[in-house]
Design a protein around this ligand. Structure first.
Ligand code: RIB
Length: 298
């Protein structure tokens, strides 16, 4: 079994993404025509779960969708990717939707309508000693409840950017932010472990404000960066839990994130473990051959 086959629970958002690809992003009050429309499953939580499953993690998703046909479609996409979907609730609301615009340089804007994601709950769920990864497209009360409940490795992708409660910062084993968020949130200097993504400059791991590892980015021409952060979070979490040292884990996550930007939609370019290993060269040497640190649970 791959060292990446860790038991992972993702608690987070599940969306349908409606993406317009246009030459440039519209400004306030402006209409830009000539777009190409794509509908695809998305959501920071669900994207992370799919990226993790493709890399070989035994991934369960806790989230919520509506009872509408979109809810059925987004669950089917997760199931098809190998994610365990039994813990996804169907609630009386519309399935979450993200309205995305991507320009010719891969820049984007995203407007999210939370819908069913506002009803995510962890009541009645058992986490055993799973690694648990969450994001901030679900109620912060749920993130705080996770901080009080999770016994295993607890990871918070602080996206979209919001101030984190002290109990979450104190409990998290790993917080992932981008560099402007790290600069804007001084309280993160007290966190045990913070991974900071800096786009083309790569990513850096800090502990209590001190840099402990850095890895440069892989050079790639972005088609769309939507979902790249989600893939980065999945890969970094899995690599660290698989026992890969910090600098190499960052390098692995940068490489997985670089794959993700090569498609207009969030998920199609997320690599499988075999694909990743066949193309990344040096990263191949980084993978321990034994089982990961987590014990088998499912
Ligand atoms: O991180 C990318 C995701 O953010 C998109 O898939 C969209 O659904 C928004 O939630």
């Amino acid at each position: 079994m791959s060292a990446f086959a860790i038991p992972l629970t993702v608690v987070g958002s599940i969306n349908a993404d409606i993406t317009a690809t246009t030459e440039r992003l519209p400004g306030p009050g402006e209409t830009v025509g000539g777009g190409t429309l794509t509908r695809s499953p998305g959501g920071k939580g669900a994207n992370t779960a799919v990226a993790a499953a493709r890399l070989g993690a035994r991934t369960r998703m806790i989230g919520a969708v509506g009872t509408d046909p979109t809810g059925t479609e987004v669950i089917a996409a997760l199931r098809q990717a190998g994610v365990t979907v039994d813990s996804i609730a169907e609630v009386d609301a519309e399935t979450g939707t993200a309205l995305i615009t991507v320009d010719a340089h891969g820049e984007n804007t995203i407007a999210v309508c939370e819908g069913a994601n506002a009803h995510v709950s962890i009541d009645g769920h058992d986490f055993a000693d799973d690694t648990v990864l969450t994001q901030l497209e679900i109620p912060m009360t749920v993130v705080s409840a996770l901080a009080r409940t999770v016994r295993g490795f607890f990871v918070v992708n602080a996206a979209p950017a919001l101030p984190l409660p002290a109990e979450v910062i104190d409990r998290a084993d790993l917080i992932i932010v981008n560099e402007s968020e790290y600069a804007a949130l001084p309280q993160l200097r007290s966190a045990r472990s913070v991974a900071v993504t800096s786009g083309a400059k790569g990513s850096t791991l800090f502990s209590r404000g001190e840099q402990i590892a850095h890895a440069p980015a892989r050079r790639v021409t972005p088609v769309s960066t939507v979902g790249a952060g989600d893939a980065f979070c999945a890969a970094l979490t899995i690599a660290l839990r698989a026992g890969i040292p910090a600098e190499a884990a960052l390098r692995t996550a940068n490489a997985v994130g670089a794959y993700a930007v090569t498609d207009p939609s969030a998920r199609p370019a997320f690599p499988t473990l075999d694909h990743f290993l066949s193309e990344t060269g040096p990263a191949h040497d980084l993978l321990p051959t034994g089982p990961g640190k987590d014990k088998d649970r499912r």
